[in-house]
Write a protein that binds this ligand. Structure first.
Ligand SMILES: [Zn+2]
Ligand SMILES: [Zn+2]
Length: 283
């Protein structure tokens, strides 16, 4: 598989000249099967989702979107996803089960008047909403495993995505204040590429714990303990400038390869799995 990073920012979109190189769109990662041109699976629907419409080979998206949780920075791209709003669009949205509500009811909380002009039913195309529990599913041609993560305010999943050739883990919002749960460690075990919450620095530990997020050191520790092969630091703080992220990238001292996620990056996971030298490109 390949990963196309469409949004790598946490909390809120972050425009401005100090943020152009790493990007200001909130969480969204397209997963492209080997041999395919377009993704069949999208991880989260932050504002980065809007950019997917310009990257597809067809006008209409036909595939799945799995949501880690329902915070704004993971869902606000849904109403602005042009390729999902065509008559030919077929979109299956998966939401962590909670509050005894259906998937459609949960998404309608953020997308309905008076907060937004329309409900999900007002989108063109064939949209179906599902809930997920902790477990293993076949979605978009991949094996998708979910596990509950510690985070603040609503049920939050991490995801492990596998095909025959490779595996990734996606844990964009994770506050392992008391240490990682066995389920989180199991989710990440031995993956080729791990994308993890790195919103805060160790010097910001108190606020990281209060907000339910990880520090860069937390992410490195989990990746190392669980035997992930590569770590991509993800969900950057909206105050972290390009210069500061450059400095972070330079300062990392870790027992495994670590990079800082950048909007527009294309990550060849299959290449990593085969020879450890997959391309990190900028498309
Ligand atoms: Zn978030
Ligand atoms: Zn969150």
């Amino acid at each position: 598989m390949k990963l196309l990073l469409l949004g790598v920012r946490g909390s809120t979109p972050t425009p401005g000249p100090e943020f152009v190189r790493y990007g200001g769109h909130t969480s969204c990662v397209a997963v492209i099967p080997d041999g395919a041109q377009d993704p069949t699976l999208v991880l989260d629907a932050g504002t980065g989702l809007r950019m997917l419409s310009t990257r597809l080979s067809t006008p209409a998206y036909r595939g799945a979107i799995v949501l880690s949780h329902l915070h704004w920075d993971h869902v606000q791209g849904i109403p602005f996803f042009g390729a999902g709003d065509r008559h030919a669009s077929v979109v299956d949205v998966y939401v962590p089960a909670q509050r005894g509500e259906s998937g459609r009811e949960l998404v309608t909380r953020m997308m309905s008047p008076p907060l937004f002009p329309i409900e999900p039913g007002g989108l063109n195309g064939d949209w179906t909403f599902h809930t997920l529990d902790a477990g293993s599913y076949e979605i978009g041609g991949f094996t998708v495993r979910t596990a509950d993560l510690a985070h603040k305010g609503g049920r939050t999943f991490g995801y492990r995505i596998e095909d025959a050739a490779s595996s990734i883990a996606y844990l964009p919002d994770h506050g392992p204040v008391q240490g990682c749960s066995p389920a989180a460690r199991d989710l990440v075990a031995g993956v080729d590429v791990m994308l993890h919450d790195a919103q805060f620095l160790e010097s910001e530990r108190a606020i990281a714990d209060e907000y339910g997020h990880a520090t860069v050191d937390d992410a490195i520790r989990l990746a190392d303990e669980a035997g992930a092969r590569r770590l991509v630091l993800f969900h950057h703080s909206p105050v972290r400038t390009d210069a500061q992220l450059d400095e972070l990238a330079r300062s990392i001292d870790a027992p495994l390869p670590v990079s800082v996620a950048r909007e527009g990056q294309l990550i060849d996971v299959t290449g990593y799995a085969q020879d450890g030298h997959g391309e990190i490109g900028h498309s």
